[in-house]
Design a binder for this molecule. Sequence first.
Ligand SMILES: Cc1cc2nc3c(=O)[nH]c(=O)nc-3n(C[C@H](O)[C@H](O)[C@H](O)COP(=O)(O)OP(=O)(O)OC[C@H]3O[C@@H](n4cnc5c(N)ncnc54)[C@H](O)[C@@H]3O)c2cc1C
Length: 409
Amino acid sequence: MSLERQEQSGAATHNRYDVVVVGAGPYGLSTAAHLLAHTSQVAVFGKPLELWRDAMPHNMLLRSYWWATSLSDPDHRYSFARYFQEHERASSYPLPKSVFVEYGLWFQRHAVPQVDETFVTKLSRREDSFEALLADGRSVQSRAVVMAPGLGSYVHVPTTYDHLPPELVSHTSHHVAFECFAGKRLAIIGAGQAALETAALAYECGAEVHVVSRRAIRWLREGAVDGRTLWQRLRAPKAGISPGWFNWGLEHFPYVFQQLPRSAKDSLLHGKGSYGPAGAAWLKPRLLGKVVLHEPQHVQSVREADDGAILEFADQTHLHVDHIIVGTGYRVNINRLPMLDPALLKHIQTYQQAPILNQHFESSVPGLYFLGLSSVLSCGPLYRFVIGTDAAARRITEAITQQSMGVSR
Ligand SMILES: Cc1cc2nc3c(=O)[nH]c(=O)nc-3n(C[C@H](O)[C@H](O)[C@H](O)COP(=O)(O)OP(=O)(O)OC[C@H]3O[C@@H](n4cnc5c(N)ncnc54)[C@H](O)[C@@H]3O)c2cc1C
């Protein structure tokens, strides 16, 4: 490809940058938008909004409010509010995923116009810099690397199901449409938003759906945050994750969690910050009386049958289905990030397979930062959600620009 065509396509045209950003989801794009205000030497790799475009159902609705899913740029010029205004569109709750994707791509075109969609296949350390090898054979060097690879490498399939072939078991992230399940018996494992919304969409496409959950399903309260009484607002103030003082605290003091001792972080992550499985209130009428809810029900074993799979339950009953979809989420384990060179990986200190990060999201390898889900164990549950992009992008940009000016932290 000529240099001019490479530039037009967003391809990285230099072989040396100040910063390489691995990932073009909400976290990678927001951080790149902030970094670009300080240096033009930023290379961003990844497919813009890939998870949202290719690993979530076409007809999905967001659990979050639109105002809690703005990507971040330094002057808030490309917020969701501005997108609605410029496109003369009205906001809604719940918000269709397609609108979030359109907004995210608009943000990318304006705030981070140069995104190279080539994947990084190997990231290694070379004396005082990093080298990123790309899928097409190119390589680039940089002084700092921001890892924002998102959720894709962390798909979690419990061992109970992992011996089954892909025709019989799949993960929620493998499905964008459900027409192929019309007339089929489907078991959906889990009771989080992804599992429950998958159940609703599959049922609406004609499947016979069974939701199997270890615990009774927890339904979130009705979504409206406006028009609440003073008492309701005092009891649970407006917050982007969901109304409540804990979430309000995370959003207004986004860097406090990072400073807590490990034991306090763990107890918050297992308690208030665990955000255990729950379904949005608007899913209830789409499921109750329509799909079969097995709750609480424990799956003891699963075996292949001539025509599908049989789930054996702890109460000695069983369920025979054509296919199982596990909605069991994502588990951080940086050993599963395929691009990390083993020699680099061995220098990244971890806690429960997640990188240990300092208050600037920097790992034990100087100049190597982690964002999004990878950062939750060190930096807090805010960074599970799009609403955490602003705080994370500001912190990392501050650290990287200070580093490049030789300011010690
Ligand atoms: C079903 C579902 C519903 C959700 N709903 C909400 C919601 O309503 N509100 C909310 O706030 N959050 C929601 N989330 C969480 C949401 O996914 C995160 O908040 C957000 O997408 C995280 O952004 P990210 O940039 O860290 O990662 P991702 O969005 O996963 O983006 C990862 C990026 O990394 C790139 N990449 C991966 N590997 C490489 C590589 N080797 N080289 C280069 N690039 C690479 C990908 O192409 C992609 O661009 C939901 C998640 C799921 C699964």
